[in-house]
Write a protein that binds this ligand. Sequence first.
Ligand code: G3P
Ligand code: MG
Length: 246
Amino acid sequence: MLHWPYPRWIAHRGAGTLAPENTLAAFRLGASLGWRAFECDVKLSADDVPFLLHDAALDRTTSGRGPAGDRPWHELSQLDAGSWHGRLHAGEPLPTLAAIAAFVLRNRHQLNIEIKPAPGTEQHTGQVVAGHAARLWADQAVPPLLSSFRPEALLGAREAAPRLPRALLLDTPWPDWDQVAASLGCVAIVCHHELIDDGLLARARGAGWRLLAYTVNEPVDAQRLLALGVDGLITDAVDRFSPGGD
Ligand code: G3P
Ligand code: MG
């Protein structure tokens, strides 16, 4: 197995639920609680600017409405991505990937970039996000880990930045997922935590992959996964778990 430079504990969507997900405020909060590795969701504006947002639509977490990928960055950058969470975060903007990179690189944090394409843009999104990541992390000792549920996005990432590590996300074990992960040159599998058992871990280890779990919010689940020997746990519960140690 390859050397694995990432901490075992990873804060989900910046810092889970205590601040608006996928915003710089969430990263700042997570960092203030001692977190040193973060997952975030990245997609493209209509003019190909990579930015952080989980949903395909703007409605749940911003002041905007409708599909996010239809809007140019100059419009998206004006939206309020904090008020939905609470008045403390009113006016918090959607961050670009570049803005998040500036924060995590300055603080020597590690980043897992989940490529979250708008439907129909999978390969292109993978290409553009990976290309930006390669430039932003040029000369850094530890690259960002690029992950996606969508194999086409990982294919695009490999085309644009073959040296950045890739991971296939699995929410259900669809047919031939392991052959697809192998064909994409993945270094890790990131699984819904309920899928992980001895058999899956052995399968991953047999292929030389690291195995990470999402989204692990209950101590009993974390204990089970740590006892199995998973390599990473992605969690919302940044005030419940301690990211200390490895
Ligand atoms: O990357 C792990 C996890 O974030 C995948 O699920 O829906 O929270 O992006 P989701
Ligand atoms: Mg995600």
